[in-house]
Design a protein around this ligand. Structure first.
Ligand SMILES: N[C@@H](CCC(=O)N[C@@H](CS)C(=O)NCC(=O)O)C(=O)O
Length: 260
């Protein structure tokens, strides 16, 4: 760690309880052993002084000196550089770029399905992304790195919040991808910094209720707040709040692989 970095204030992460995107950042901070502060800031309830940085109230928000960032992928990049995380990415430019591509697709196409569910799902597009995830994952050693910290928290939530969702089933139908993601979830820093399945499921339902706010529902593409609540009710029907084990379900419709 450089003198410039150690002389800075410690990073502050504001996030909703159990947020998968905050979990990415907490995993990295834990792995790097960075002293930091993590404060709960429920969606839409940022402290007054920080609301101008995220007027919509979206979290997580990373505050470090003059740097304020509201995208977890950029937080990972920033912290990896600030704290000299040598194995953040592969050394080769091509391999590094493919990982960045996969992470962008995760955030733009796949992770939003945690909130949206299967409504109006573009199956070929998701299948195309999963093909890319699989080829990148199998080329990546299962060690702490930004790809693992980026993907693992999202995969955990798909299993907890959308156990019978199309994305979850499609990933499970790709044993090599699923094995890599399961391994990433088991990395010590990921396991140490995540919520319990039970708490996470409860928080998901609470989050869906918050998203019943019409302004937030619109940002997530729901045509009316009722869509989001209907989604929350469906989620309620598929999670088992009293057990920490995932319920076994009959295999259902699965996403087609795109031709190679
Ligand atoms: N792409 C963002 C996603 C952040 C996100 O969706 N956060 C959720 C909480 S876990 C949120 O603020 N939802 C409320 C909203 O989207 O208005 C990131 O990676 O940081």
């Amino acid at each position: 760690m450089s003198t410039a970095e150690t002389s800075r204030p410690r990073p502050l992460l504001l996030s909703d309880r159990g947020c998968p995107y905050a979990h990415r950042v907490l995993s990295l901070l834990d792995h790097l052993g960075v002293t930091h502060e993590a404060r709960q800031a429920p969606i839409g309830q940022l402290p007054d002084g920080l609301r101008s940085w995220s007027p919509s109230g979206r979290v997580p928000l990373l505050v470090h000196g003059e740097v304020v960032i509201g995208e977890s992928r950029v937080m990972l990049e920033y912290l990896a550089e600030a704290y000299a995380f040598a194995s953040a990415y592969p050394r080769e430019l091509a391999a590094r770029t493919l990982q960045r591509h996969a992470m962008a697709l995760m955030d733009i196409v796949v992770a939003p399905r945690l909130a949206l569910g299967d409504k109006d799902l573009d199956e070929p597009r998701v299948a195309e992304c999963l093909d890319i995830f699989e080829s990148v994952a199998v080329a990546t050693p299962l060690e702490p790195c930004l790809l693992a910290f980026h993907f693992a928290p999202v995969w955990l939530r798909f299993q907890w919040w959308r156990p019978n969702g199309a994305v979850t089933r499609a990933i499970r139908s790709r044993p090599r991808l699923a094995a890599w993601l399961d391994g990433a979830v088991r990395l010590a820093s990921v396991a140490r910094t995540g919520p319990s399945q039970h708490d996470s499921e409860d928080e998901f339902r609470a989050g869906c209720a918050i998203m019943n706010d019409p302004a937030i529902a619109r940002r997530h593409g729901a045509t009316s707040s009722g869509d989001v609540m209907a989604d929350a009710n469906r989620a309620e029907a598929v999670v088992e709040p009293t057990t920490s084990k995932l319920r076994r379900r009959p295999a259902g419709r699965s996403l087609r692989r795109s031709p190679r």
